[in-house]
Design a protein around this ligand. Structure first.
Ligand SMILES: Nc1ncnc2c1ncn2[C@@H]1O[C@H](COP(=O)(O)OP(=O)(O)OP(=O)(O)O)[C@@H](O)[C@H]1O
Ligand SMILES: [Mg+2]
Length: 341
């Protein structure tokens, strides 16, 4: 176990859905309540779990990440609750479980959908009564831990299939956060790509390359089944292949991304443009206004005074329009955390 790893994390979010979700998450973080994070693979569940921990009142207490999918069934109980010396063959010494180690802090149960049925009532007991019993002991121990759980399975469906206890599901589901897949928040794609290009170019000590316009379109059109992780890997690969060149062209992009539009023409994104047919002048003006506001806010990185100046309106006028159109701009959250892995 390593108690002193310092991780630095950034959450990049530009889409309205993610920015809204992050605001909600920040509020939930401070409550110390149980949180269930759902989302496809690579959407950022672990990152969000760390963010919750970092923004909670328990941020100076231990944080333990437990990958529930990686543990063999016969070891789960001892890993979670510990055992007494001699309680089974091989139990040479007394061992503390992760819940006892994390007492007073937070446990992140990653891939909770993978835990075997027999351990589920024991976890429920921790959630309900705040107590557990080490293997070989006849006494319950009291603990206080905050539990954050994540799953890329739909737990409701696992309950229906009989793989997950209903009572445990309800107890975990106090706050449910569902991170949308990247294809449903395309506005995050280019800011994320840009961020990954920045971090990798620093890491590799090369100049930060720009994305060619048609590469940007390809990234926007692709459906990213591996979500943010897939985009991150793609940018790492592209920067290595670019080998110090200032521009990333389609030569550095994977075939499946390049060919996506041709194979799936219907799924390809139609970039927002203003169609003047069949709409009133009022609607057309509003669309243009919204588009201009967005562009200028992006350019000024959300600086409202600067944006208002460029647009030739007052700051208050701009604030009114932002509220009216529900416009948000790039949010970058930085935090660091001490993690026990
Ligand atoms: N909004 C974001 N901003 C910056 N980086 C992100 C964001 N979302 C995800 N990432 C990065 O993408 C990678 C995948 O994220 P993470 O491991 O949290 O996903 P996950 O949902 O836990 O995936 P899995 O289900 O496969 O375990 C990580 O390197 C993470 O830092
Ligand atoms: Mg994960």
């Amino acid at each position: 176990m390593n108690y002193n790893h310092l991780y630095k994390h950034k959450i990049i979010a530009k889409s309205y859905s993610m920015v809204k979700l992050l605001k909600l998450i920040k509020k939930i973080a401070q409550t110390n309540a149980t949180v269930l994070i759902q989302g496809e693979t690579g959407t950022g569940k672990e990152l969000i779990a760390r963010y919750i921990y970092e923004n909670s009142q328990l941020k100076d207490q231990p944080f333990i990440i437990e990958n529930c999918g990686a543990l063999p069934n016969n070891l789960v109980e001892s890993e979670w609750f510990g055992h007494k010396k001699g309680s089974f063959t091989g139990a040479i010494n007394e061992k503390k479980g992760i819940f006892e180690i994390a007492n007073g802090g937070t446990i992140f149960l990653d891939e909770i959908g993978e835990i075997p049925l027999f351990i589920q009532p024991k976890l429920l007991r921790i959630l309900q009564e705040g107590e557990f019993r080490p293997i070989g002991s006849n006494q319950y121990k009291k603990i206080r831990v905050r539990i954050i759980a994540s799953t890329n399975k739909k737990l409701e469906e696992e309950v229906l299939k009989g793989n997950f206890r209903k009572d445990l599901f309800y107890r975990l589901n106090v706050f449910q956060i569902t991170i949308p897949p990247l294809r449903e928040r395309k506005e995050d794609i280019l800011p994320l790509a840009d961020y990954f290009l920045s971090t990798y170019s620093k890491e590799l000590n090369t100049i930060k390359p720009k994305l060619e316009k048609n590469v940007e379109s390809m990234l926007l059109e692709f459906d990213w089944p591996g979500n943010v992780r897939e985009l991150k890997n793609e940018m790492e690969k592209a920067i290595i292949l670019a080998d110090g060149k200032p521009v990333i062209t389609e030569n550095e992009i994977s075939e499946r991304i390049k060919n996506y539009k041709n194979i799936n023409p219907k799924k390809a994104l139609s970039l927002p443009s203003i169609h003047l047919k069949n709409i009133s002048l009022k609607t057309a003006i509003e669309q243009l206004e919204k588009k201009m506001l967005k562009e200028v806010l992006e350019k000024t990185k959300g600086n409202k005074s600067k944006a208002a100046k460029i647009l030739g309106i007052t700051r208050q006028g701009l604030l009114n329009k932002i509220a009216r159109y529900g416009l948000e701009f790039i949010f970058i959250y930085t935090f660091s955390s001490q993690v026990i892995t």
